[in-house]
Design a protein around this ligand. Structure first.
Ligand SMILES: Cc1cc2nc3c(=O)[nH]c(=O)nc-3n(C[C@H](O)[C@H](O)[C@H](O)COP(=O)(O)OP(=O)(O)OC[C@H]3O[C@@H](n4cnc5c(N)ncnc54)[C@H](O)[C@@H]3O)c2cc1C
Length: 501
């Protein structure tokens, strides 16, 4: 290890105290059991500077500490968790504004949660789903032959089944660690998912089913995505022993939406950060990473960390906002320039009771119109109040970019009335989390690849640049784009860094 610059004695600043106070207040408001981490900000010298206190950065820090290395995690926001956040509700409860669901084969986030004492419960899934199409509302059971596939016309169902099976078999030909090496990578990466669907999902109702699956998974329209990237994402929806499938991405029972975390998903990063204590510095957006000899100065607002290695655990387009000196290789920077975030908001309406349950509905909707086209029952496990959560995605989210919360609320409640009846018009409270407007996310759930990017720049995704290593869910081989992928990326990058120290 190179000799770093001398570190000033640790000191508490007003900023760090406010960060700690805010974290404490947030944790109390959300009923969290974990003691908040002590956030002490000062210039520091450590082995590894970790940029980003989401699940990826915090997991990397945990493993680096376990490997005997000193670490500082610099987090821009006044909280940890990044795309995972609990939001306080007026009724004293909370809801989840970002990543929320976990499911089979998401082994690493489950293992992390287990190790922190955060349990899971089954997503409310009793009763019928709803298809809302052409203004008609059709409840349907999901335990029949079709499973959770909405009951469109027979020709559409037959076509959709063929398309789904074709996508799964093409995905099986994509290596999750290097999709750009697939035998047909060039052919698949030069077309959009839309152009492939136009040629294969030829029955309009089948195209509708695939379109809605696409926007629900990526918060991007099929025209925005590379076919190769979509196939990779399907392949990644599994683990080392279980191949990924499209169904596992879209399903509730047996799929990625199967379970939720008791106390809300942010319990996981909050408790993880608590184990790291004052290694985590809040309110510290990193502005520059400067190499001098064999060490780096990582400058955040009010605090600079000197380290021999840097882990950047951010979505690539956010990492591109940091000034690197010397400049990153062109391939790495151009990759980051070409991976946009999806457009997503989450709208949660809270009611005294989950009234739709008495109507035999499980709260899950697939719709062809409205601001919200996919919903879930987000009530707490004891059902003590009702919460309907809807995703506002892709073109719909963009359409509301400049809209006020009041306008969004009116549009969302109109949809909820169409789906669940007039009682949905009068929630006791309403929350909308607009990820596109979050300065340290700028969208979600994931940075995705348009055509031509993976084949031209894919190898730069994880390749370290001298002492700079890359993490974040976008770098994961399995469950890329998910909390599990974030954890996997943190575990992988820690091993990678430890091997070099
Ligand atoms: C609405 C929504 C719904 C989702 N639903 C699910 C779901 O149900 N299940 C699931 O598994 N996943 C879901 N996801 C995805 C999941 O939340 C993410 O994949 C995961 O949380 C990403 O973790 P990460 O650590 O890789 O990145 P992030 O969580 O983005 O962490 C990056 C961190 O870096 C910080 N940061 C940014 N810039 C800087 C800087 N310059 N300096 C310092 N810090 C910086 C950010 O504040 C952030 O804390 C959802 C995401 C969204 C937005």
């Amino acid at each position: 290890m190179t000799a770093p610059a001398p570190a000033p004695a640790p000191r508490l600043t007003r900023r760090s105290l406010l960060g700690g106070a805010a974290a404490t207040a947030g944790a109390a408001a959300l009923g969290t059991a974990a003691a908040p981490p002590a956030f002490a900000a000062a210039d520091r010298t450590v082995d590894v500077a970790v940029v980003g206190g989401g699940l990826a950065g915090l997991t990397a820090a945990r493993d680096l500490v376990a490997g005997g290395r000193s670490v500082a995690v610099l987090e821009a926001r006044d909280r940890v968790g990044g795309r995972v956040v609990n939001l306080a509700l007026a009724n004293g409860g909370f809801t989840e504004g970002g990543g929320e669901f976990v499911g089979p084969t998401q082994d690493r986030v489950k293992a992390l949660a287990d190790s922190l004492g955060v349990a899971t419960f089954t997503t409310y899934n009793t009763g019928k789903n709803l298809l809302y199409k052409d203004g008609t509302r059709t409840p349907y059971a999901t335990d029949g032959l079709l499973g959770s596939v909405p009951p469109v016309d027979a020709a559409g169902l037959a076509n959709a089944a063929i398309v789904q099976s074709e996508l799964d078999s093409m995905a099986a030909q994509v290596p999750v660690d290097a999709p750009w090496t697939a035998a047909k990578a060039a052919e698949w990466d030069k077309q959009t998912f839309e152009s492939w669907l136009n040629a294969n999902a030829v029955v309009p109702s089948a195209k509708f089913l695939l379109d809605v699956a696409c926007t629900s998974i990526f918060s991007a329209q099929p025209r925005e995505l590379s076919l190769l990237y979509v196939l990779f994402y399907i392949a990644a929806a599994g683990n080392e022993s279980t191949p990924g499938t499209l169904e596992r991405l879209t399903d509730t029972a047996g799929g990625a939406q199967e379970s939720r975390f008791v106390g809300g998903s942010q319990q996981v990063p909050l408790k993880l950060a608590a184990t790291l204590g004052d290694r985590v510095v809040l309110n510290a957006p990193v502005r520059s990473v400067t190499r001098s000899g064999g060490s780096y100065s990582v400058a955040a607002d009010g605090v600079t960390v000197h380290a021999s290695r840097v882990v950047v655990a951010l979505p690539p387009p956010l990492a591109a906002r940091i000034a690197f000196d010397p400049l990153l290789p062109a391939a790495r920077d151009q990759l980051a320039q070409r991976l946009p975030m999806g457009s997503i908001g989450k709208a949660i309406a809270v009611y005294d009771t989950p009234f739709w349950r008495a109507d035999g509905l499980n709260g899950q909707v697939v719709s062809d119109s409205g601001a919200v086209r996919s919903t879930f029952d987000n009530s707490p496990p004891d059902g003590s109040y009702g919460a309907l959560m809807g995703f506002i995605e892709a073109d719909e989210m963009r359409a509301y970019d400049a809209a006020s919360v009041a306008d969004i609320k009116a549009a969302v409640l109109k949809d909820y009335v169409n789906y669940f009846g007039s009682r949905a018009a009068s929630p006791t409270s309403f929350v909308v989390q607009r990820w596109d407007d979050e300065g340290f996310s700028r969208g979600g759930p994931v940075a995705f690849a348009p055509p031509g990017v993976l084949t031209a720049y894919g190898p730069a995704l994880r390749a370290p640049v001298d002492g700079i290593h890359w993490a974040g869910t976008e770098t994961s081989t399995y469950w890329n784009g998910f909390m599990d992928g974030a954890v996997r990326s943190g575990e992988r990058v820690a091993k990678e860094v430890l091997a070099t120290l």
